[in-house]
Design a protein around this ligand. Structure first.
Ligand code: ATR
Length: 282
């Protein structure tokens, strides 16, 4: 039997066990996916010791993603760019770390919009400059996009992100002051919210989308609620929208493949299962 885990602190609200449990059943695999609560002081020991407890690897979530980054032995290029690790596994005796939010966000865009969607997208606007923003920018940098603007409430964090991620990419990476957004939005063919604004219990992200290009796509990584005020406003303007749930589902794919050896599919049934859980919890 192959065992995997999700480790965090707290961990009881994680929906990863539901996702991986669905796939284990669907593919008839002899495996388990356990929720493990580990306080930050014990995380280093946990990472060193999970092999001896019979685990093949697992997901790492808040607040351990940076510590995992510094404590794995090898990292994927995506993890290097983001500076955080959310998936660990053992390969030839070596402890590896990846950041699957990068591939997860891009796979979700591709699945929602169809491959090649970026063909006529020149300018992208990313709101926020935290770990999720880094994953989104790193993913977009692999596509033939001309430039990405990053805007954040705290401008210094946007500057840091742009400085860290600019090198080695042909995609222009610039920052925009929050107050300057009305001048950027009319050029943005893709707008992505990575801030926590719009999440249940948080204020909405109030953007004036009336001057966005008619063909603009608005994506949110917030998935509780599934239709955030931003996505509702975009729909009201007749713009295409991409909700946040798919990123959660798609980011789980590479980990499952590494621990259990099967590339799982993000099915409508899985999406429905997680949606029902989100609705039930509200
Ligand atoms: P994550 O890893 O999910 O990206 P994070 O690193 O805590 O989480 O980042 C949260 C993002 O939401 C940041 O860009 C944060 O802006 P600051 O850098 O200025 O803190 C943004 N954010 C959170 N609350 C916000 C608010 N009330 N208004 C504007 N931005 C907010």
């Amino acid at each position: 039997m192959t065992k995997a885990f999700v480790v965090g602190h707290p961990i009881k609200h994680s929906r990863s066990p539901l996702i991986h449990g669905y796939w284990l059943e669907r593919y008839g695999l002899d495996g388990s996916y356990d929720r493990i609560d580990v306080a930050p002081v014990n995380f280093g020991d946990f990472l060193k010791g999970f092999r001896s407890k019979g685990y093949a690897g697992g997901n790492v979530t808040i607040p351990h993603k940076e510590m995992a980054f510094f404590n794995v032995e090898r990292r994927t290029a995506q993890a290097e760019r983001v500076g955080a690790v959310n998936t660990v596994w053992i390969e030839d005796g070596v402890l590896w770390g990846d950041n699957t939010d990068v591939a997860g966000f891009m796979a979700h865009l591709d699945a929602s919009l169809g491959t090649g969607w970026e063909q006529d997208v020149e300018t992208v606007l990313v709101l926020g400059a935290g770990g999720a923003a880094r994953a989104v920018v790193a993913g977009l940098q692999d596509r033939p996009i001309k430039r990405i603007f990053v805007a954040n409430r705290t401008p210094s964090k946007a500057e840091d992100l742009a400085r860290d991620l600019r090198s080695g990419s042909p995609v222009g990476l610039e920052t925009s002051a929050w107050e300057a957004l009305p001048r950027v939005i009319p050029h943005a063919r893709l707008i992505v919210n990575t801030t926590s604004l719009g999440m249940a219990g948080q204020p909405p992200l109030a953007l004036d989308l009336s001057r966005a290009p008619r063909k603009a796509i608005v994506a949110d990584i917030v998935y509780v609620p599934i239709e955030t005020p931003l996505l509702a406003a975009a729909s009201a303007e007749g713009l295409r929208t991409v909700d946040g749930l798919g990123m959660l589902l798609h980011q789980a794919v590479p980990g499952f493949r590494r621990w259990f050896g099967v590339t799982p599919e993000v099915t409508p049934e899985l999406r429905g299962l997680i949606l029902a859980d989100i609705e039930g919890a509200r």
